[in-house]
Structures are given as C-alpha cells and as structure tokens.
Design a protein around this ligand. Sequence first.
Ligand code: SF4
Ligand code: SF4
Length: 325
Amino acid sequence: MIHLPLVPNRFAQTLQQHGLALQHGRTEVLQINVGKKCNQTCAHCHVNAGPARTEVMTGDTINRILDWLAQTDISTIDITGGAPELNPYFRHLVERVKALSPQRHVIDRCNLTILFETGQEDLAEFLAANQVEIIASLPCYSPDNVDAQRGDGVFDKSIAALQRLNALGYGTEERLPLNLVYNPVGAHLPGPQTDLAADYRRELKAHFGIVFNHLYTITNLPISRFATFLRRSGQLEEYQQLLLDSFNPASVAGLMCRNTLNIGWRGEVYDCDFNQMLDMQWRNGKPLYLWDIEPQQVENRPILTGDHCFGCTAGAGSSCGGAIL
Ligand code: SF4
Ligand code: SF4
C-alpha cells in the first residue's frame, strides 16, 4: 500500500472531531478526464475549460488506461472533460471499453451544445448505439439563468439537444439513461433535489415535451473559475464559511472519492476531479500515473483533502451523482 502524509486542514480536522475517517474502498468508478478543451466557457467551471485549452489526452495514454482497466472488474467508466467528445479518441475509448465487456457501463458528461458542433453531427446516434449514459448540465429550466451561467444561446441549443436525444429513446428506454445536472447559478447551496427534480420534470415536459430520468443537484466548489467569480464579487470567504457551517457528518459515508479513481489527461491519478484541478496528484516519492498503480493497492488508501472538500459535505452532500442524502 502507498502511504502519503496528510497535510492537516480544516476538513481533516472536522472529520477527526466527528470521529470519521476518509479512505478509499473498492473502486467501482474510473473517472477519466480526457482534456480541458470545451466549446463553452461557463462561469462556474471547475476545470477552467474552454476552446483555447490545449490539454488533451493522447491515443497512447487512452490505450494505456484501457490496458490497465482490462485487468480490473471496475464496472463504470465515467468520461469527463472539458467537452470529452472533442477528444479525437473519445469514440475509440467508448468502443474499446464496450469491447472489453458490454456489461461495463459508460457515462458521457455531455454539455449538450456539443451535439451541434461541426464534426459531431452523428454524436447522438453514436452514444445511443453504444448505450452510453448521458449526464448533461442544465442549471435551470428557463433561458435567462442558463445563458447567464453557460453563455448566450446555450439554453436554446440545450433544449434542442435534449429533444433530439429523447427522439432516439434517451430518457424513456432503460438502456439509454438521460440524467440532468443542476448547480446553483450564485453563491448558495442547491435546494432539495427531489423538489427540484419535480419542478424540472413538470416544466420541461410542459414547455418542450422533454423527459429525463433523474436530476442531480451538485454544489459548486470554490475552486478555479467559480473561485475567481466569488473573489471578484467579494463573496469567497462568505461562501467558504457557508460550506463549512453546513458540514453534515452523515454525508461522509457517501462521498464519491471512496469508490472512484480520477485520471487526468496525462494519465495521472487523483481522488476526484476537484483534487485534479488543485494538482493534488497521488505521489509515492514521485508523481503517480495509473499504470504505476496495482488495482489492489487502492483499497484503504487515505484520501487527500482540503478546505474545498466542505463543498461535498454541505447540507445534503454533493457528488457527481448528485445529492448524497
Ligand atoms: S462546465 Fe462543462 S461545458 Fe462548461 S466550460 Fe466547463 S467543461 Fe465546458
Ligand atoms: S473534493 Fe469531495 S470528492 Fe474530492 S476528495 Fe474532497 S470530499 Fe472527496
């Protein structure tokens, strides 16, 4: 097992005060961030993604990850970015995972507008043919909030994309799950997930005929572009205090870092995508890459934490699969 010194921080201290420990269990999800390039530049983006970013995972790195994955029984491959579909090897990755075993579940974290980018005309059909689950951001069911956070015209394109996905069976056929992500537009915690899901379901159906499976509420972590926004608007300390004051010990058992490994565009290993953006790479005297890790070395490994972790334990808790409680 690899041992790392844990730097004391307020989150680690809070866990200690509650008698809680945070370490990896069995890895069930391999989350691969295939690059920071994106066709959007959303205000809250924790990746600082955008069209000018050049960090993109190479085909060689993807093949090394696939070789590693083949030695494991990890059941879910969660592909994220940037806009992951802009990686030229995105489809290769999806097809190779399915070739390893059709039972492996693939998730595409899709920003919806990518469906209308040049070269992506058949993306929706490709995803459906490979039974890829889509998790798509839609921070509101009305245009003003979405365009304010994600850019002018994003709402209309997102609605058109969802209608196209519904037409292929997404959101209705069991093999084609379509899940939406809500994250607050401002410096506050998300409202109750069940209530918001009911609102989304009613409004999207009534106005646009759109159906979906689940709505996930995700708390914005005060890092990257969202931290810059908070700093510039003088809200950073207040928001960090809100997250700290909202610490919910019951959420710790469901934190996604317990069962997930996160991989960066060069193959580096992290506890989660947030730690990746903070350069909290796994080390053992030297930086570690996925191919340096034996799958059985992961279990019981301590998780690197920082003050940003309060974003995952505030209120009902937050993970890539929405509220924890
Ligand atoms: S939040 Fe998603 S869609 Fe928006 S810039 Fe970041 S990666 Fe792109
Ligand atoms: S940011 Fe959240 S998921 Fe990442 S290590 Fe901290 S608690 Fe775990």
